[in-house]
Design a protein around this ligand. Sequence first.
Ligand code: PLP
Length: 450
Amino acid sequence: MPSYRTLNSQLIVADYARAYPQIVRGEGVYLYDAQGRRYLDASGCTAAVTHIGHGDEAVAQALAEQAKTLAVHPTHLFHSPVVEAYFERLCAFAPEGFSRAWTISGGTEAVENSLKLAYQYQRAKGRQQRTRFVGRWDSYHGNSVTALDVGGMVGRRSFYTALMPHQHLHLRACNPYRRSEGQSLQDYEDELVTEFADLVESHPDEIAAFVAEPFVGSALGAVGPTEGYFARIAEIFRAHDILMIADEVMTGFGRTGKNFGCEHFGTHADVLACAKGISGGYLPLGAMLVRDEVAAVLRDSGDPFFSGQTYACIPLAAAVGLAVLDRIEGDHLVQRAGEVGGYLKEKLSSLLDHPHVGDVRGEGLFLGVEFVADKESREPLDASWHFSKKVEAAALQHGLVTLGARGTVEHIRGDHMLFAPPLTLTYDHADELVAALRLSIDDALRVCTS
Ligand code: PLP
């Protein structure tokens, strides 16, 4: 039995009725609890964080060395070589045309700063009234009030709607599995693109930027768009000089088998908001990468970027980021995510013989499974079952860390799981993951139907 300790805990926890096992160590793709029980980290912690695995010596050393040398410096007076070196590497890793970087402490801040930058870009062009952002339902962009507002993950934002100015605009996300019955992919895409065109037409000169996850992570479970979706939307936005922000917090740094998720669809973005895999979890780190033409507008305006935080662009973050990039590039982890991810997807697809596994999707090591009551109608499972959470709990008993979620249907129904293990996953680990998951799905079903 795992060791549990909730008494005397000072933590504000997600679930006060639950006893949480104590996790004490990580090594490679595995986590170990206080009793020495081993868990395969199939979600990449919560989630898509542990790109290079746990316990990496080189990254730990880089962190310690930089902490000894210079952790932070007065950024209003100095630049530092390690930060300059890191930003050069970051821009080289980004798609062509990205020439400016800015680091902060995580994904929410990366998105928030990207939104601010887009607003400042529009102001610099004399468009004071462009104060609105377009987001999509069933998408997550972080947990600040603005990020929740622009995002569309109903389960997370609904408690805070009273705090939101309600000026931002939302459209449906592109979720091919959930298109209308009998509708072709082309017709579905046409319908969504028309919605975007109509929205832009009906709000002339009000929109500063559009933000989207190339593959929707926790909200939908690694759902990618139809083939021409992003390119066609980009055309509409470009025609109106509305900036495109790709939320690459989960999909960046090789997760999907390309350096950035948006590269699967042609490089459509002006700003990339990054976090998670950028530091592999070794330090809270996020970044904003900016296309040259956008940065030039700010530079030519003569104004500084109207933002700034204590931990923006600090040497400690740069040293860790550099060491993680060394691992990603040195060990060819992007390519590996594509190869092992392809194998894992094939293995997960073998679960489609299960009566309640309706869909397997995603790219690279960013994969999702959706459960249904009926495969023909795609009717979701009884919400009172909390099926994906039951699978998550059963998986833990089988030594597998997973992330179960819901919301693929009407924002709140529909169970799915997101898989985003370290990019160091091997083919054997993939086999282990799928075998344990199959047992977990059966266990969960027994609990729900008994
Ligand atoms: N954007 C996406 C797509 C995310 O998945 C997340 C977090 O899960 C965020 C933004 C927010 O990142 P953070 O939790 O680091 O603030």
